[in-house]
Design a protein around this ligand. Sequence first.
Ligand code: ADP
Length: 472
Amino acid sequence: MFNSIKIKLVVLFIAVFSFFFAGLEIFLYYELEDLVVSLADERLKSEVETLANMIIVEEVQHTELSAELSELASASTGVYAEKLSGHYYQIVAPDGKIIVRSPSLSKADAALPVVPGSQTPDYRTVTGPDNAPLRIVTRIYVFAGGAMTFQAGDSLTDTYRLLSSFRNVVLALFPVAFVLCGVGVFIVTGFALKPLKDFSSKIGEVTEENLNERIEEKGLARELKPLAGDFNTMLGRLEESFSRQKRFLSNASHELRTPTTIIKSFCDVTLNRERTAEYYREAIARIKESVDRMCEIIDRTLVISRLDTREAQFKHEKMDLMDVMKNVIRIIEPSAERKSISISLSGGPAVVKADREGLIQVFTNIVENAIKYNVEDGRIDIGITESNGMAKVRMEDTGIGIPAGEIDRIFDRFYRVDAARNVTVGSGLGLSIVRSIVEAHGGRVEVESEPGKGSVFTVCLPLNTEQRNGHH
Ligand code: ADP
């Protein structure tokens, strides 16, 4: 379930959102608390200033201070007159005696907690006379008659009630916002992922029959375009390999058809009446030729299919191409002699790491062609050299050559140059096997040819580097 992009996005969003929202709420809560407390402080400060100013004014007029103070205590009205209204003041003499109390205090015979003050206002939160949280300010004023401590206090009950209702509203809103946002993100990601869904359903429509179709890149989301591009490239490759397989199959059946037809007609003709023993022998010999041909085609087809599916397991062992070539020439000599073709081998040792059977197949195929497509009394010159880290085996014949336009195609499966078809039997698979094996060894095959003069096939294979290092 957590492998879904949608769920991941929702979870990610909710995590970020909760973090941000919780942070914001905590910040706002403390900001709000600061604000209301500082408003209270501001009010308290002006309260003590007002009280002190009244006394300063009285002092200037030389009136009795104590009389003035008692007047102050009784004159207060409004919130200060109510018993424990939550708004208080008191004035304390230097000896700690409370000289004046706001009526709200004196009626309840309560007092504000006396805290040591100074000439700068001191604000603090304490427990008030009604056991409620109380914000008080304490400040000392110095008069001619001595220093006196002025205190004013406001209950914080209302402030705290406000803050707690703010907190409750937020706590109630939080889950709602949480759920709403979660649902919102779920829906939005659903929309956002829709192109991907469409895309995947388009991919689902691809079958063997419509491999030639491509996914339209126009109108796709920008993020999906490279995906569509890659997918189309893959389709192209699949299409190509599919049609190659089809071509291969149809070519193979076509090639097998000729010998089959020959066998069938020989059988029909031979069986339609009594024949001499000589005739039967002759017929069976002809049939065997065709069967041999079929065997060759089938064998080579098997080799190709094994090379294609990489089932062919190449052993990589060190070997000297000179030895391999001598081996090949030994195998092939009889058929060269039959056509009076002379083979020469020159050059030095060249060590590669390769599959012996594979290389024998490569060189046999090429040299066999050099005999097949050669003229009577022709020549084949083989030279082995090393250059640029590559071993080069050059096989030159004096045969019929290959027209320039065909050179690129002779490595194709079942491809045979038209002129060659009449000249001699073959499957057209030999060179495609050669190329597959050589490329599987990291090498390449080069061809030069001049019709009527001859051809040169050069096989290049990487030299065995281990052996080189051993030399130094
Ligand atoms: P094939 O079984 O026909 O020889 P190959 O794949 O070995 O099949 O070769 C493909 C074609 O290349 C041959 O049919 C022939 O026309 C041409 N070819 C190959 N080698 C030579 C050569 N040495 N000289 C002339 N033509 C050649």
